[in-house]
Design a protein around this ligand. Structure first.
Ligand SMILES: *Cc1c(COP(=O)(O)O)cnc(C)c1O
Length: 362
C-alpha cells in the first residue's frame, strides 16, 4: 500500500493497481522482451493496445460508430485551437460559456480564429457563484458551435445539467470530469479531455468527434491540427504518445473492473458529499463559495473563514500524508481534487482531519 493521498488537480493520483500493472509489465510487455515504450507504434503489439483502449472507451461511454475517437498529443489546451480551426470554416462565429479559468483560456485561443460570442458567464448572488439558467443565455442560432466547460477545475464549478443547443453542435472540455459520471454522448458534437486527471497520465488527450464535424478546416491549419487528418489515419498520422496511450488503456480497463461509469459515479458522489458535509456542518469555519447546485464533484474548493489559518491547515494535512491541497495560485484557499483515482479512504481521512482541525482551533 502506498502511504500518501495526492489531492493534486492534475496530474493526479492513479489507482495502485494500475501503477503495479505498469511496473510488472515495464521490462517485458507480454513476452516481447521489450517495454511497451520501445515497441514500434505501427507493429501489431501496440495496435492491439491502442484498439483495446478505444474499444473500452467506446464501451464505457456508449460511443456509437458515427463518432470518431482520437488519442492525440498536445493536451486539452491544443483543443482550444483545434476546435475553432476545424469548426469555424464557413460560419466564422461561435458561442462560448465562460464559467472559469479554463473556459476563459478556450475563449482567448478561439478569438484568434473567429468571432467569439460570450453567451453566458458565471454570476454571483449572496457571494456565491452560479451559472445563469439557459433561458438567460444569448445564444446565436448561426453559431458554428457552443463551447462549454462542464467542470471548471480551478473554480470548483460544475454543471449538473446539459445545455440544449438544438442543431448547433455542443462542444465540451471534459478534462476534469470525463468518465466521472454517466453522460449521453449523443448530446455532444465534440468531447475532449486531457487524460492526466481522470483517465491516466499527461501526454495524451481523448477527442471524440461526431462524424459530420470532420470538415474542411480553416486555410493554413497545420496538418496535425486538422481532425480530418486523424480521422483518415486513425490517430496514427505520426507517432502517437504510445506510453500515455497504454496507461490510459490500463486506467480504462480498471474503470471497467470497478463496474463502469455508473459504479464509479456512485463512489465519486459519495466522496464529494463527504467533504461538502463537513464544510456545511462547520459553516462558521469553512466556506464553499459556489452555490450548492453548481458545486463540483471533482474539485472540492473551499476556504477557511480565517484565511490566516490556511497555511497551518495545509501543513498539518501534509503531516497526515494528505498532500497538495492548496488551491490554485489564482484562487488561493483549499482544493481537494478527488478524481476517479482517489480512493474513498483518502477522502475519509481528509474529512476526519478537517473536523479534527476545527476542534483543535476550538
Ligand atoms: C487541466 C485542464 C486543462 C488543461 O489541460 P492540458 O492538458 O494541460 O492542456 C484544460 N481544461 C480543463 C477543464 C482542465 O482541467
Amino acid at each position: 500500500m502506498r502511504k500518501v493521498y495526492n489531492f493534486n488537480a492534475g496530474p493526479a493520483m492513479l489507482p495502485e493497481e494500475v501503477l503495479k500493472q505498469a511496473q510488472a509489465e515495464m521490462l517485458d510487455w507480454h513476452g516481447t522482451g521489450m517495454s511497451i515504450m520501445e515497441l514500434g507504434h505501427r507493429g501489431h503489439e501496440f495496435k492491439e493496445v491502442a484498439e483495446q483502449a478505444e474499444a473500452d472507451l467506446r464501451e464505457l461511454m456508449a460511443i456509437p460508430m458515427h463518432y470518431h475517437v482520437f488519442f492525440l498529443a498536445g493536451g486539452a489546451s491544443t483543443q482550444f485551437a483545434m476546435v475553432p480551426l476545424n469548426l469555424l470554416n464557413g460560419k466564422g462565429t461561435a458561442d462560448y460559456i465562460e464559467t472559469g479559468v479554463w473556459s476563459k483560456k478556450a475563449v482567448t485561443e478561439a478569438q484568434r480564429y473567429g468571432n467569439i460570442n460570450i453567451a453566458a458567464k458565471t454570476a454571483h448572488r449572496n457571494h456565491l457563484a452560479y451559472v445563469p439558467p439557459q433561458e438567460e443565455w444569448s445564444l446565436n442560432k448561426e453559431a458554428a458551435y457552443v463551447h462549454y466547460t462542464p467542470n471548471e477545475t480551478i473554480d470548483g464549478i460544475e454543471f449538473h445539467w446539459v445545455p440544449r443547443t438544438g442543431d448547433v453542435p455542443l462542444v465540451a472540455d471534459m478534462t476534469s470530469n470525463i468518465l466521472s459520471r454517466p453522460i449521453d454522448i449523443n448530446d455532444y458534437g465534440i468531447v475532449y479531455a486531457g487524460a492526466q486527471k481522470n483517465v491516466g497520465q499527461a501526454g495524451i488527450t481523448i477527442v471524440i468527434v461526431r462524424e459530420d464535424l470532420i470538415q474542411e478546416p480553416l486555410p493554413r491549419t497545420p496538418t496535425l491540427y486538422a481532425y480530418k487528418t486523424h480521422a483518415e489515419h486513425h490517430s496514427f498520422y505520426n507517432t502517437p504518445p504510445t506510453y500515455s496511450w497504454y496507461i490510459t488503456g490500463l486506467m480504462l480497463a480498471w474503470l471497467k473492473r470497478q463496474g463502469g461509469v455508473e459504479a464509479i459515479y456512485k463512489i465519486n458522489r459519495r466522496k464529494a458529499d463527504t467533504l461538502y458535509n463537513v464544510i456545511d456542518t462547520h459553516k462558521d469555519f469553512y466556506i464553499c463559495r459556489v452555490e450548492p447546485s453548481y458545486r463540483s464533484m471533482q474539485n472540492v474548493m473551499f476556504y477557511l473563514h480565517d484565511e490566516k489559518l490556511t497555511p497551518r491547515f495545509l501543513e498539518e494535512a501534509a503531516k497526515r500524508n494528505l498532500l497538495n491541497l492548496a488551491g490554485h495560485r489564482v484562487s488561493g484557499g483549499v482544493r481537494a481534487s478527488i478524481y476517479n483515482g482517489m480512493p474513498e479512504e483518502g477522502v475519509n481521512l481528509l474529512a476526519d482531519f478537517m473536523q479534527d482541525f476545527v476542534k483543535r482551533q476550538g
